[in-house]
Design a protein around this ligand. Structure first.
Ligand code: SF4
Length: 410
């Protein structure tokens, strides 16, 4: 196995991009202000894109740009100018799903690698071959494929780069090709604005009995009939990497930098362990990915069509065992105190875990907190306030301070 698999992470904004890179991603994917699904994430201006791409390159990593909306006529005039500006930032590849946008990229920038988005629902080797012959470098396969199907595609189209999703939210439709959100909320999933109505709670009402709601139950457990669990394929990385795929993608450009850093780090360590021949107990990595928001986990389609176990019938809320309390931004040499930017309220006496970009986390209890003027304080209540921590070991900048969320305490 000469070339190692790529770990590809979501970058919803500049901070998330930097955290993904620092915590171990080989590449990131991001969207500009136009043409990328996920309008809920902040996305990148051209200036930010330049900064993000430079940051990735300085660390020896790649950055890909998503332009994967299903475009209507009125978008097409803006594609070329946006593409020119975006390509000038040094971006390493463009992710597209719309053949019209594919064609514009080929004509305007024939040298830039094109990745075919999962939005095209590529589920067989002939389709992979089709896109590859047209000039696509990489095909991001549909989530709805089994490991056996992926292996077969790899065997039959050995030259195309293949990317698969290994972690994150699942759609109940084929990778977002769905009009439910347009219909229920006037928000277009294919333009990156899904309101997730598939996860709402539904009842049945007979027309002559207004106001009488009958529960819809797939089984006795509940009514969230379309509420898929999140994908997590970490325990199966050896089989997946051995199938010969090129890139392993983590979903979640709207997720927090806390989420991105935690999930990327767990997968980084697991992938490295695989190549070092140490892929053993996955418990600690699974514990890590369970600390950030998730809807409980499923292996999706990896071992065939999923059954009821892939659904969460009880709640459509996220499970999150830990909160992002703060981010280490530096170290005050004069006082020997760690400088932290607050992200969620924390106080003296709290037991926290500090997770550095490399190496294990450390659990400790916060004893002494100071504000920027050097006054001792009991807590850090204000968003993004600077807090200095005394009596804690030195941790590198960008280490994450996390605390068990209130629901988990006690
Ligand atoms: S409504 Fe649900 S299934 Fe449809 S695109 Fe949104 S998340 Fe996917």
């Amino acid at each position: 196995m000469d070339k190692r698999v790529e770990l590809l992470a979501p970058a919803g904004d500049l901070e998330k991009l930097k955290m993904a890179v620092l915590y171990g991603a080989d590449a990131v994917y991001l969207a500009g202000k136009q043409f990328g699904l996920r309008t809920a994430s902040d996305n990148f201006s051209i200036e930010e894109m330049k900064e993000g791409v430079s940051f990735a390159h300085e660390h020896g990593k790649k950055a890909y740009l998503t332009m994967n909306i299903i475009a209507h006529n009125d978008s097409m005039d803006q594609v070329a100018p946006f593409l020119e500006e975006a390509c000038d930032t040094g971006i390493d590849g463009i992710i597209v799903s719309d053949p019209g946008i594919f064609q514009v990229v080929r004509e305007l920038r024939p040298g830039i690698p094109i990745h075919i988005s999962t939005q095209t629902s590529t589920t067989n080797y002939r389709t992979v071959e089709f896109w590859h012959r047209l000039g696509a470098k990489r095909i991001i396969l549909a989530r709805e494929l089994s490991l056996e199907e992926i292996r077969e595609i790899r065997r039959k189209v050995p030259d195309a780069e293949l990317e698969i999703f290994v972690h994150g939210a699942m759609c109940i439709s084929y990778s977002g090709r769905c009009l439910l959100s347009n219909y229920m909320a006037g928000r277009d999933a294919n333009q990156g604005d899904c309101a997730h109505p598939c996860r709402w709670r539904y009842y049945l009402m007979e027309e002559k009995r207004p106001g009488q709601y009958f529960p819809i139950e797939e089984d006795a457990a509940g009514t969230f009939v379309f509420n898929s669990r999140d994908l997590c394929l970490l325990p199966y990385l050896p089989e997946i990497i051995s199938s010969g795929v090129t890139s392993l993608k983590i979903e979640g450009r709207v997720k927090s930098s806390f989420y991105v850093a935690t999930v990327v780090k767990a997968y980084r360590e697991a992938i490295d362990a695989f190549y070092e021949g140490n892929f053993g107990d996955t418990g600690p990595w699974m514990d890590e990915v369970g600390k950030v928001s998730n809807r409980a986990f499923t292996t999706g389609f990896l071992f065939g069509k999923p059954g009821p176990e892939a659904h969460n019938y009880e709640t459509s809320s996220y499970i999150r065992r830990y909160d992002f309390a703060g981010l280490v931004t530096g170290y005050d040499e004069a006082s020997g105190r760690l400088i932290v930017e607050q992200r969620n309220n924390f106080k003296a006496g709290d037991t926290v875990e500090i997770l550095p970009p490399k190496g294990p986390f450390t659990e400790l209890t916060l004893r002494e907190l100071y504000d920027e003027e050097g006054n001792r304080i009991d807590s850090a209540p204000h968003p993004q306030m600077k807090v200095l921590l005394a009596g804690v070991p030195l941790f590198p900048a960008n280490s994450i301070i996390r605390r068990k969320s209130a629901k988990e305490d006690g």
